[in-house]
Design a protein around this ligand. Sequence first.
Ligand code: TYD
Length: 139
Amino acid sequence: MSSTTTIFDCKLLDFPKNHQLNGNLTSITNGKEVPFDIKRIYYLYDVPGGNSRGGHAHKDLDQIMVALSGSFTVTIDDGNNKQSFHLFQPYQGLLIPPGLWRDLDTFSSGSICMVLASELYDEADYFRDYEEFLKYKLL
Ligand code: TYD
């Protein structure tokens, strides 16, 4: 029930890191490190300095955000509490279950935010109005 999720349902996942002198490699496998089937991958890049993204919540979508390059901050809001995660390691992912408002900002120059998603893109799955989101969370 995504109306009852809280910031405490978000967690940082550590992906396997194959460390070699000639570079590192990280793999992410369905059913192993990721607690859902990945149906879609998208990424944010070329975000102009000082700009923010997000500003919405999802009804049924699970996501994992990874700072493939550079860094940015993801602030999660369940209507009662907020928590900010500064992502900067390409071998870590922030698991965001449905029913949580997210804002992304402080993108470093050249940063890339890759998102693994459990569902196909569906605008009907979004809450883009914060008051509507609070009503859904019964707040
Ligand atoms: P949005 O999810 O609001 O981006 P962000 O969370 O980064 O601010 O999407 C921005 C636009 O891109 C919106 O018009 C919908 C479109 N879009 C797609 O066409 N496919 C997708 O998979 C996603 C995530 C967005």
